[in-house]
Design a protein around this ligand. Structure first.
Ligand SMILES: Nc1ncnc2c1ncn2[C@@H]1O[C@H](COP(=O)(O)OP(=O)(O)OP(=O)(O)O)[C@@H](O)[C@H]1O
Ligand SMILES: [Mg+2]
Length: 340
């Protein structure tokens, strides 16, 4: 939290961050049950569900994934001055993430109630709370305090509040001015459809677009996913289209390559996209090729969904052997360009 700097984990001297995220501070309440229970919720009586988890979620999932892999991550956001805001910040700090979370005296910490069915699919009820009071000034100050970062990640979920368009664009310009690559995850297809020109303006500014297939369709506005992704990649952007159990599409310099998914027993897909992006950015910032990075990201996300919650990451020994396996297999030498 910005008013308690003693909490911060110092960076190794001279090092920059791998990944800084500007985004939403959300506590997740995840309820898992049979779909029929959710479909027939009874407002008169009491409804019962099978399992639940209360956990920090939101944009911190991405920072947590990078930190879990051994990378250096930072987060700029706003929480309520309440026990959830404190728990969220404490959790990030315990993971070694540099937290620049400011506290709002009036609005509560954002809350997402995630309903997960028996097949691991989920929907969310969200109240954004303090997130909507994050100002451009706070974002710029937070980014300055965090210092250089290889990637600066922006989330389309922030655009649920229209005032945040300017904030994200300013964060993108700031990142570019400091040699950081701008990463954009649109977050949800319905948000893209509701504000297509706003989303197009952020896509235009980004260096790496990581969107799921529905979001990509919505961004393409009538074009097909493949030609649209190729068109963006010819402008120098790296494009990743996430396709659930099918893995992802990696599109660079006009060429699209399908990177197959890893078979998983899906319990809860909440946070799959964040885990995917965290693993991808960690690998890219450590110099792995885009193809190895995408393969590893598919694996990392597939392991996450086998348990409840957005931060049920695999353990370190399993991570290390998987990374060694993927990097031993490929001989691709492409590495992401740096901004000059
Ligand atoms: N059922 C699954 N089996 C295996 N891997 C999966 C499955 N679902 C998701 N993944 C992995 O997670 C990645 C991201 O999932 P998805 O395509 O659903 O993105 P998303 O919609 O952004 O996720 P989120 O729901 O977290 O926003 C996929 O590209 C894939 O690597
Ligand atoms: Mg997503």
């Amino acid at each position: 939290m910005t008013n308690s700097p003693q909490h911060r984990t110092p960076l190794k001297s001279g090092a920059g961050l791998d990944c800084t995220t500007v985004g939403d501070v959300m506590m997740d309440v995840i309820l898992r049950s049979r779909r029929s229970i959710f479909d027939s919720l009874n407002f008169e009586g009491t409804n019962y569900f099978r399992e639940f988890r209360i956990t920090p979620g939101g944009s911190g999932n991405l920072s947590a994934a990078v930190a879990c892999l051994g990378g250096e991550a930072g987060l700029v956001g706003r929480a309520g001055k309440d026990p959830f805001g404190k728990a969220y910040d404490d959790d990030l700090v315990s993971l070694g993430v540099r937290s620049e979370i400011s506290l709002d005296p009036k609005q509560p910490t954002g809350l997402a109630v995630c309903l997960v069915d028996g097949r691991g699919r989920r929907t969310m009820f969200v109240s954004r709370g303090a997130n909507d009071n994050l100002t451009a000034q706070e974002v710029l100050e937070g980014l300055r305090r965090l210092g250089p970062s290889r990637f600066t990640c922006l989330s389309g979920y922030s655009l649920a509040f229209p005032g945040h368009k300017k904030t994200l664009l300013r964060a993108a310009t700031n990142a570019q001015d400091h040699g950081s690559l701008v990463v954009f995850d649109p977050g949800a297809a319905n948000l893209v459809r509701a504000q297509s020109t706003v989303f197009a303006s952020i896509v235009n500014e980004c260096d790496l677009l990581c969107a799921n297939i529905e979001e990509t369709r919505a961004l393409a506005r009538g074009s097909q996913v493949l030609p649209y992704s190729r068109m963006l990649s010819r402008k120098g952007k790296l494009v990743l289209v996430k396709m659930g159990s099918q893995g992802c599409l990696l599109v660079e310099e006009g060429v699209a390559k399908k990177v197959p998914g890893v078979r998983a027993r899906a319990v809860d897909t909440t946070g799959a996209g964040d885990a995917f992006l965290g693993a991808l950015l960690y690998c890219l910032s450590r110099g792995y090729s885009t193809s190895i990075s995408a393969s590893f990201a598919n694996w990392f996300a597939s392991r996450l969904i086998e348990d409840l919650g957005p931060r049920s990451f695999p353990a370190r020994p399993e991570i290390n052997s998987s990374l060694a396996m993927f990097s031993g297999k490929s001989n691709s030498v492409y590495s992401l360009r740096t901004r000059t």
